[in-house]
Design a protein around this ligand. Structure first.
Ligand code: NAD
Ligand code: MG
Length: 378
């Protein structure tokens, strides 16, 4: 295993981030080209069949190459191509995976490969958790968001008509393979959405990374592979550190939701799909940073301005939208209260105490309403 540091001269090398969860530990491999896939090959779980689960956007781009890489290793390679879209992250589509698995007589020695963004990763992981009470799975994330966030940490789920990600399981993959070359075909809006989650890791955990992002945001937007490689690696390292300390979200892991409480209200209030998740999180982080200041925890006005500037350079929205023309603050509060992270009355927020370190805290509605009234104007 060759772990390397961010170095222009070392293009063939790959980066490895280890997720430490005792017997559920696994590596994340980050790189491109043959060196990446050779290393991946050495880590494939043993099995009698490989089942590639992907969608009709990603399949034409990358399924053939993955199939060829798996064919030498597994006696049988099966493909399941699902329709593309968050609206298909449901029971019906999940069942299509089981239909193929059972139809092809896949047994407990089947290994599932999630090839796609977070929707495919979440659904495939949940299918792997359920099929025959659990079969191994590998994440091959092809969006920036999936490489830095959803493929790491073992949260799997489908949506229910009454709530996003409400049916799921904690189930860790055996391996994550981040092929940076796949990001080249990603639409610009999806790239910026991923950058929203990347930027999140700075204020909650690592201001040195935040400074690196400030210096390299142009390269990231221009899809410079070495810049992306470091951003993916550092994001995975931070997520790994947080998840290793709190696998099932009983405490620390909540800090990964910085900007998300406001962001979820924006996504729900505008109607799912109108705002990409990473975009809603960006506008949400601006509000959460303000809230931190308001609570007296984060008094560096410079930091707030830097956060806004960085998000803007990453092509992200920084202004939260009006969700209700007559009673906007109340609408936000109502939407945030149904978010599954709120416990009892007061809503919990992730706040900076100060920038570089996040904590969660219940905040009185009145304080939040004042903030929303100040900052969101038509
Ligand atoms: P996505 O999976 O919908 O992918 C975005 C779009 O990009 C899709 O149309 C997809 O087909 C397309 N695509 C994927 N790879 C591509 C490529 N290389 N080139 C061109 N197009 C490509 O969205 P996402 O942002 O990757 O993930 C969002 C999902 O992840 C949500 O369902 C969310 O709930 C989930 N999520 C889960 C976790 C977790 O911890 N499990 C964390 C964050 C988000
Ligand atoms: Mg998120």
């Amino acid at each position: 295993t060759t772990a390397s540091s961010f170095a222009q001269s070392d293009r063939a090398a790959i980066d490895v981030v280890q997720i430490d969860l005792a017997e559920r530990s696994y590596p994340i491999l980050i790189g491109q080209g043959e060196s990446l896939w050779q290393e991946a090959h050495a880590h494939w779980p043993k099995g009698t069949s490989a089942v590639i689960v992907t969608n009709d956007t990603v399949a034409p781009l990358y399924a053939k190459a993955l199939r060829q890489r798996l064919e030498g290793h597994y006696p049988k390679v099966i493909e399941v191509v699902l329709p593309d879209g968050e609206q298909y992250k449901n029971w019906e589509t999940l069942n299509q995976i089981f239909d193929v698995l059972l139809g092809q007589a896949a047994d407990r020695k089947a290994v599932l490969f999630a090839l796609g963004g977070g929707v495919i990763g979440d659904m495939t992981g949940f299918a792997a958790a359920c099929y025959m009470r659990g079969v191994p799975f590998v994440q091959v994330p092809t969006t920036l968001l999936a490489q830095v966030d959803s493929s790491v940490g073992g949260k799997t789920a489908i949506n229910h008509p009454l709530g996003k990600n409400m049916i799921g399981a904690f189930y860790q993959p055996k391996l994550v393979v981040c092929d940076l070359d796949t990001l080249k075909t990603l639409p610009a809006a999806e790239l910026s959405a991923g950058l929203g989650e990347v930027i999140k890791y700075g204020p909650i955990y690592d201001m040195a990374f935040f400074e690196w992002l400030e210096a390299n945001v142009q390269a990231l937007v221009a899809q410079d592979v070495e810049a992306l490689r470091y951003a993916v690696r550092r994001s995975c390292e931070i997520k790994a550190a947080v998840v290793s300390a709190d696998e099932t979200e009983s405490g620390l892991r909540e800090i990964l939701n910085f900007g998300h409480t406001f962001g979820h209200a924006i996504e729900a209030g505008k109607g799912y799909g109108a705002w990409l998740h990473g975009h809603a999180v960006a506008a949400g982080m601006v509000l959460a940073s303000h809230l931190s200041t308001k609570l007296g925890y984060q008094q560096d006005a410079q930091f707030h301005a830097r956060l806004v500037a960085l998000l803007e350079q990453a092509g992200l929205p920084v202004q939260a939208p009006v969700l209700d023309a007559t009673n906007n603050a109340q609408r936000y509060l109502d939407l945030m209260r149904v978010d599954k992270k709120s416990q009892g009355g007061a809503i919990r927020f992730v706040v900076l105490k100060p920038a570089g370190k996040a904590v969660t805290e219940k905040v009185d509605d009145a304080i939040v309403a004042n903030l929303l009234n100040e900052l969101i104007t038509a």
